[in-house]
Design a protein around this ligand. Structure first.
Ligand SMILES: C[S@@+](CC[C@H](N)C(=O)[O-])C[C@H]1O[C@@H](n2cnc3c(N)ncnc32)[C@H](O)[C@@H]1O
Length: 391
């Protein structure tokens, strides 16, 4: 290995490598891979049928299924005298997310950014830069929540200062403080989503998991809520909140909202709270949201948008002090047009809150930020809804 590679990667640890190694070890057998492919294609399969379709003796099938089950790759369900096997829900997404986060070996030797965490080579430099800034910001925010035991997440984070007012206090009281007080959002998408028992929900940029936990309760007992986030500290906090709240039908995936680690047409409802504005590739986010939704699926998002003329670059720069919550905000018209281009229909935006001078950061220069914003423009948080056509 070259000196450059040694210096660059000597201390590198890929988050989740230990768990991924266990999974890949169990997968590292031709027969087990054949079984996994069968389960991926057919869903739930009786052990008795696996022998026939994979041309294997029954004791051989049983041995390999035992290894897969002990490694947590498959689940079992007894139906009468038969045992049915299925891939553990979320398994393929987890493996895909882990692989998508690992740059090819050549990238580790290629330059000054070779040790940037979690950036697939396909992302553009701008997307990577924005993600890095956002990830650092929210990693710090998550650590602050943990350090303060959930006392407050908003002290220095103006864009979430009123988030708690969007939620039902009784619902929040049933959750750990480190979830209930850790909303970094600008609304409550779970109000908009009209979730039903049995549905599969995906929260883009799930943060400390508040909306995922609330959604999971609404879709229980047979439904499931996924949270997707790129920031390790947020994922750790969210998983610990889920376990403390005793909510089992949730799964937090590591990945980027521009490349969602879930299969096509696997989700009924996509929610998101104040995250899409942070992405430097919103077309990719909306195309991915469209891909993973089932036909007829709903998008129910809260986000920061600009009503009126787009922000000037001077205003965007000044507002970047505000946790990047506004710098990437689209106008209402741009948001609607992007959703339609992605294939959505019934697109509607509805203002929840208008941010006035008191909500905006002061800025460092002599010019107050409101002076940089077109007098006919407003920064608002909005409900954004859309449907994937049912055919
Ligand atoms: C404003 S916070 C919102 C968190 C949560 N939705 C809430 O309401 O509290 C943004 C979250 O989105 C995540 N995030 C931002 N950009 C992302 C991206 N491109 N891919 C995945 N996660 C992202 C951040 O790590 C952070 O946890």
């Amino acid at each position: 290995m070259s000196a450059q590679a040694t210096e660059c990667c000597a201390t590198r640890r890929y988050p989740g490598s230990d768990q991924a190694a266990r999974l890949f070890k169990a997968l590292g057998d031709e027969t087990r891979l054949t079984i996994i492919r069968q389960l991926a294609e057919q869903g739930s399969v009786c052990a008795c049928d696996l022998g026939a379709c994979c041309d294997l003796a029954q004791p051989t099938v049983s041995h390999h299924l035992k290894v897969l089950r002990e490694a947590g790759l498959v689940t079992t369900e007894k139906q009468g005298q038969w045992i049915f096997f299925a891939l553990r829900p979320g398994l393929l997404g987890e493996l895909r997310a882990w692989l998508a986060d690992a740059p090819p070996a050549s990238a580790a030797l290629s330059g000054p950014h070779c040790c940037e965490q979690g950036e697939p080579m396909s992302a553009s430099p701008t997307v990577k830069r924005v993600r890095r800034v956002v990830r650092e910001h929210y990693a710090t925010a998550a650590r602050r929540v943990v350090a303060q035991g959930g006392a407050s997440c908003c002290a220095s984070d103006r864009c979430c200062s009123s988030a708690k007012s969007f939620y039902d206090l009784d619902e929040l009281a049933a959750l750990p403080d480190t979830a209930a007080n850790a909303s970094f959002g600008c609304g409550n998408p779970t109000l908009l989503a009209h979730l039903q028992p049995g549905e599969v929900v995906l929260d883009l940029g799930s943060g400390a998991g508040l909306d995922v936990l609330l959604s999971a309760k609404r879709v229980a007992p047979t439904g499931k809520a996924y949270g997707l986030d790129m920031t390790d500290d947020m994922l750790t906090l969210a998983r610990s909140n889920a376990s403390e709240a005793g909510v089992a039908n949730v799964e937090f995936l590591k990945g980027h909202i521009e490349a969602i680690p879930l299969p096509d047409a696997s989700v009924d409802v996509i929610i998101s709270n104040c995250v899409i504005n942070l992405s430097a590739d919103k077309d990719a986010v909306l195309a991915e949201a469209f891909r993973v939704l089932r036909p007829g699926g709903r998008l129910a998002v809260t986000d920061i948008v600009v009503r009126g003329a787009p922000l000037t670059s001077q205003a965007r720069q000044a507002l970047s002090l505000w946790a990047e919550c506004v710098t990437g905000a689209l106008t209402e018209a741009e948001y609607a047009a992007k959703l339609e281009t992605a294939g959505f229909e019934a697109v509607a935006l509805e203002t929840i809150k208008v941010y006035g001078p008191d909500d905006l950061p002061r800025g460092e220069g002599a010019t107050p930020i409101e002076a940089l914003i077109d007098p006919d423009s407003e920064i608002v948080s909005a409900f954004v809804r859309a449907l994937k056509p049912s055919h």
